[in-house]
Design a protein around this ligand. Structure first.
Ligand code: MF3
Ligand code: CO
Ligand code: CO
Length: 256
């Protein structure tokens, strides 16, 4: 049996999935006001950890393949999987906070890029581009459509905006496990890739870089998860939603 198989959910399962996704979204909403100059990423992690536990849920990243924290905090040139530590946020930074909750065995996965104080025009542009690119991808979703449809529109939008799409890392199926099939790249060809089956969930989570799509991989001590930075140290931004494919359309589940 394939460990990553994404089996359609029953309506009762969809209900639980919605609960988890809603909590993940509420977690991002809760932490937002704390993201300002002078705060450490460790403090952000503690706020998120406490909020998830207070809501009778489990932070999915904690202990996931040895990952040590309850969220990912990816600052400026960090593309994804940045690990919360003593780093202090400073005015002008951008930071992606990625949260995944487990409620009744179902995983809700969402992330946002936040501004720390006043940020540069470039930082605003790449952050807006990443958010819009995510929605361009989501809007292509239809039952029995293709992952390539999502990637095609995402990449087209990013390229026209003058930015770069990370190719090798991307979205995924999600449900009773954190990472399921299919792989959901932020680039691709219409009608290619894998089919989107009704009543399965996927994430759409494009990673957008300022200067190049190339990246460098770094080890996380004690974990088999890697984190990534742009190879030219230019900015990177990302947004992520968990999306349910319905029988007629789609529904974004990671909303408060
Ligand atoms: N939340 C990330 C995603 O969107 C995965 C983080 S796994 C971790 O898929 F181990 F790095 F936390
Ligand atoms: Co994800
Ligand atoms: Co995520």
């Amino acid at each position: 049996m394939n460990e990553r198989k994404n089996i359609p959910m029953t309506l009762d399962e969809v209900k639980l999935m919605k609960k988890s996704c809603q909590l993940a979204a509420r977690t991002l909403e809760h932490v937002g006001p704390f993201i300002k100059p002078g705060v450490s990423t460790l403090e952000i992690d503690q706020i998120i950890h406490d909020f998830i536990l207070r809501n009778n849920a489990t932070p999915a990243t904690l202990g996931y393949f040895g990952y040590p924290k309850s969220c990912c905090t990816s600052i400026n040139e960090v593309i994804c999987h940045g690990v919360p530590d003593a780093t202090i946020l400073k005015d002008g930074d951008i930071i992606n906070v990625d949260v995944t909750t487990i409620v009744d065995g179902f995983f809700g996965d969402t992330s946002k890029t936040y501004f720390v104080g006043n940020v540069s025009e470039r930082a605003k542009m790449i952050t807006r581009c990443a958010e819009q690119a995510m929605y361009k991808g989501i809007e292509t979703i239809e039952p029995m459509g293709f992952t390539g449809d999502i990637g095609f529109e995402t990449h087209k939008f990013v390229t026209r905006s003058g930015f770069h799409t990370v190719k090798e890392i991307g979205g995924h199926g999600v449900g009773r496990r954190f990472h399921l099939d299919p792989f959901v790249p932020a680039w691709g060809k219409k009608g290619r890739g894998e089919r989107l089956e009704p009543f399965t969930c996927i994430t759409v989570e494009p990673m957008i870089n300022e200067g190049t799509d190339q990246f460098i991989e770094y080890d996380i001590p004690g974990s088999s998860i890697k984190y990534y930075k742009t190879s030219d140290h230019s900015l990177s931004a990302q947004f992520e939603h968990t999306v349910l494919i319905t029988d007629t359309s789609y529904e974004i589940l990671t909303v408060p």
